[in-house]
Design a protein. Structure first.
Length: 858
């Protein structure tokens, strides 16, 4: 039997002539724009709505699963259906519910009232909550709600919602969310021009940065949400998404839609921040998503199971139904190129991701599975979803190619990406801090970095120091300080990797320097010290005021279940009468002599193992002399520093030369001298056809040699850049060379006085003019020609060649002024580039003989 109850309202809404009590939720503090959030409590099925002919219509386009995207979940049982409800205007809607509820929501669909017309049903996919493995703020995560992706509108004034679940039961605390993000005169100002032009580069990382509308500019209320300081330890992939909902927004509504999504994620879903790192609109505007996304690697909530190590770029609109715009694709390409250049991602390459756990995961692979994917990919590539829609997904190959081209050009112009600040130099912690931190809170220090305005202390955490070091996939921001030291607390029984990086006045982060991997002592309850073998001796001078004491040989103390430890650290009493202990684990052992010339009641003894060992740690006395141990600690190796993006070889880039054996030859040999410190060379090459308006994309090859070959078709011009490489870093190219191949002389239109004649050399035919006439030949129009490279007969008996474009003279060559030669190569620059047909005119009564003619392109 169906539940015949209507939706109850928790806000002021009008249903026909019916008025009901409400509560309106406003953002707490004034900000550039304050969103207004209203909720409707969803409690079941309206019988009056159920009889409407469209009540159970199928969703025309399912955003969560289209075609072959993935297995379709059974629709289940109807759990809720509202009447069509007229409301105040909203731009964003969605459904949320208690995340602790285990009801399986199989379909949510909505109809909205826009411009006086009710839309068809639109599916709202169930949202993927922040990944469980990075949700280390238990208090924050306990408040997170489950829900759907937000549905955007251009100003709806009505809503009808329908929910199906596996059992027909509705999840607890199900609320329809209605968000009016408000408007601001600034909305028009920040989007004016609809351009994603590259911003002014303030340092190398910004050379590909597009104009980004900041959170302040789009009116983010920074009081919403909460702290989410978990960062990816590098980025290897960029996801492309789209938002559900309207494609009909105008040029000034983008900021409001972003505010609405932000409010939905933070207020309705109760996430810490908007889920995406970046958003773009169909007019080419780029919006900053997560708080530090422009300068850091904040983990988003955009691709369940794969949020770590990735960036999400979401296009406003539904590109399952709408076509993409050139401005949208340009904006996405620029964001991809900018971030891929910064994080050394090859847009045409692949990478491996490890599938994580997500509270509402739709991952194609099981948790823990490694999947090989394109570095630039759609949401649907790893998850069961249609996102980013078929019309945008089909454009990803072009986005990859265009982004790669921009990165290659940046490589030629600037070299590999380099950090603007160095990593702080580490001051090695003392034995009481590393590998075991004996006090709960201690101070760690580093050297000052020039031009740093602050320092961020980052940590990697492990809740149990017996189970191995913390995972090396994320960092959490611990604190920001102005000084060159910071106090760090480690919980009892835990391990932390502690690192620091410098930040400049523009907020740009330098590379990370790991200071230590430090653990707190093993919890006392985990240390087994039999009372028959060890007595507890209390004394104020001992560490912690007491110690386990033994006077007998063979007394054994154990710590079971250890994993991958490299150090055993004892807080012990050393002195002239102290005995020896054997420290053993995993088949390895070492005898440690605790004897010392002077009494040291709080001595720290660090025992380094031969390698990482696992199993039960055994500490055993080997003499009858007194042994007193206050605490036992285990430690792990200091983690390696993340890769520093440094400059390439210190020497200048090589000057390259193109060897020309014949202007008509099908290839050119390019050579360069060796560069000191170079491991190899990155060679980038491209060509432009005689009839093309622009160069082809750069092609990359690597070599350890000092030469490369470029193939050319008749009339083609090439460009070759060579960059010396050291490790993964490379220097920018010196001036690239531009070898060109001659036109096929048969392609030149000959007027009276010009003819092709047989030649005994190469080429077999040459172009020659009649000395008795004003001979004219025409070369077809080609764009961006800056000059010609001629092969000509020269000497005192040769004439003058006049080159015209559009009837105007652009160059004049007196071949008689050059030394005698049969194939003298002459570069003839024009005053300006031209795209008009070229006229070759003999200017005197002497012969002009041309053996080759190649373009100099701009």
């Amino acid at each position: 039997m169906r539940k015949a109850v209507a939706a109850s309202l928790a806000t002021v809404l009008s249903i026909g002539a019916l008025s009901v009590p409400v509560v309106t939720h406003h953002a707490s503090d004034p900000t550039p724009v304050d969103p207004i959030r209203r909720t409707i409590e969803l409690t079941g099925i309206s019988e009056s709505a159920l009889v409407a002919p469209e009540a159970l219509d199928a969703v025309p386009v399912g955003l969560s699963d289209v075609g072959s995207v993935g297995p379709r979940t059974a629709r289940g049982e109807l759990a809720a259906l509202t009447d069509p409800i007229e409301t105040d205007e909203f731009l964003v809607t969605g459904l949320t519910w208690d995340a602790a509820d285990t009801v399986d929501v199989t379909e949510v669909a909505a109809r909205v009232l826009e411009a006086g017309q009710w839309s068809p049903w639109t599916e709202l996919p169930v949202a993927e909550s922040p990944d469980l493995e990075v949700a280390n703020d238990a208090e924050l995560m306990s408040d997170v709600r489950a829900g759907t992706e937000p549905l955007t509108t251009v100003g709806a004034r009505g809503i009808q919602l329908r929910v199906y679940t596996a059992t027909g039961s509705l999840p607890n605390a199900s609320h329809i969310e209605l968000i009016d993000p408000g408007s601001s005169p600034a909305d028009e100002l920040v989007t004016r021009g609809g351009s994603s032009a590259v911003a002014q580069a303030s340092d190398q990382r910004d050379v590909l940065k597009p104009k980004v509308i900041t959170r302040e500019e789009w009116g983010a209320n920074e009081k919403l949400g909460g702290p989410w300081d978990t960062l990816s330890n590098g980025v290897t992939s960029i996801y492309i998404h789209h938002t559900a909902g309207t494609n009909n927004y105008n040029a000034n509504q983008g900021p409001a839609l972003v505010r609405g999504i932000y409010s939905y994620h933070t207020q309705s879903m109760r996430w810490a921040d908007i889920g995406y790192q970046f958003l773009v609109d169909k007019y080419g505007n780029v919006y900053q998503g997560r708080r530090t996304a422009t300068v850091d690697t904040p983990i988003g909530a955009q691709t369940g199971g794969y949020n770590t190590g990735t960036i999400g770029v979401s296009a406003l609109g539904n590109y399952e139904t709408a076509q993409t715009t050139p401005a949208l694709l340009e904006a996405i390409t620029e964001v991809v190129a900018w971030k891929a250049y910064e994080y050394e991602i090859d847009p045409l390459g692949q990478t491996t991701l490890t599938t994580g756990s997500s509270s509402k995961s739709t991952t194609r692979a099981r948790s823990g599975t490694k999947v090989k994917v394109n570095t630039i990919q759609g949401h649907r590539d790893t998850n069961y979803t249609a996102c980013p829609g078929r019309n945008l997904y089909s454009k990803l190959p072009g986005i990859r190619r265009d982004a790669a081209e921009r990165i290659n050009q940046a490589a030629v112009d600037y070299g590999s990406f380099t950090d603007s600040l160095p990593a702080p130099k580490r001051i090695k912690p003392k034995k009481k801090k590393m590998p075991v931190q004996w006090k709960k809170t201690v101070k760690y220090s580093w050297k000052k970095v020039k031009d740093a305005s602050a320092y961020q202390v980052l940590v990697q955490n492990s809740s149990n120091n017996r189970t191995g070091p913390p995972a090396n996939t994320t960092w959490s921001l611990y604190t920001t300080v102005k000084k060159t030291s910071a106090k760090v607390t480690i919980a009892n029984g835990s391990t932390r990797v502690i690192a620091v990086r410098a930040v400049d006045s523009a907020g740009r982060r330098g590379p990370i320097r790991v200071l230590t991997t430090s653990s707190r002592p093993v919890l006392k309850k985990l240390v087994s010290a039999p009372k028959k073998q060890w007595a507890v001796q209390k004394k104020k001078t001992f560490a912690g005021g007491q110690a386990h004491r033994s006077k007998s040989k063979g007394a054994t103390m154990t710590v079971p279940g250890l994993s991958n430890i490299r150090f055993v650290t004892l807080r012990t009493v050393r002195g002239p009468k102290a005995g020896k202990v054997s420290v053993s684990i995993g088949g390895w052992s070492k005898t440690v002599n605790l004897k010392a010339k002077k009494n040291k009641p709080k001595a720290v003894v660090v025992v380094k193992l031969d390698k990482k060992r696992s199993g039960t740690l055994q500490i055993k006395t080997t003499t009858t002399k007194k042994v007193r141990i206050s605490r036992v600690g285990v430690g792990y190796p200091k983690r390696k520093n993340p890769g520093v993006r440094a400059l390439g070889p210190a020497a200048s880039t090589p000057v390259i030369e193109a060897t020309v054996t014949s202007a008509h030859a099908a290839s050119r040999s390019v050579t360069w001298p060796a560069v000191a410190g170079a491991d190899g060379y990155l060679v980038l090459s491209r060509t432009i056809d005689a009839t093309a308006g622009s160069y082809s994309n750069w092609q990359r090859t690597t070599t350890s040699g000092l030469s490369a070959t470029l193939s050319l078709q008749p009339g083609q011009t090439g460009e070759v850049a060579v960059l010396p490489v050291s490790g993964t870093a490379f220097r920018p190219a010196a001036n690239p060379v531009s070898p060109a191949r001659s036109l096929d002389l048969n392609s030149i239109s000959l007027g009276a006085g010009w003819q092709l004649v047989q030649s005994s050399g190469v080429p077999p035919r040459v172009l020659t003019s009649d000395p008795a006439s004003n001979a004219v030949a025409t070369v077809a129009a080609v764009s961006k020609v800056r000059g010609l490279e001629l092969g000509a007969v020269t000497g005192p008996d040769q004439g003058v060649l006049i080159i015209e474009a559009g009837g105007a003279e652009v160059a004049r060559v007196d071949l008689g002024t050059y030394a005698a030669g049969n194939t003298t190569v002459i570069k003839v620059p024009f005053g300006a580039s031209t795209g008009q047909a070229l006229t070759l005119r003999s200017g005197t009564g002497q012969n002009v003989t041309i053996s080759s003619l190649a373009y100099i392109r701009g």
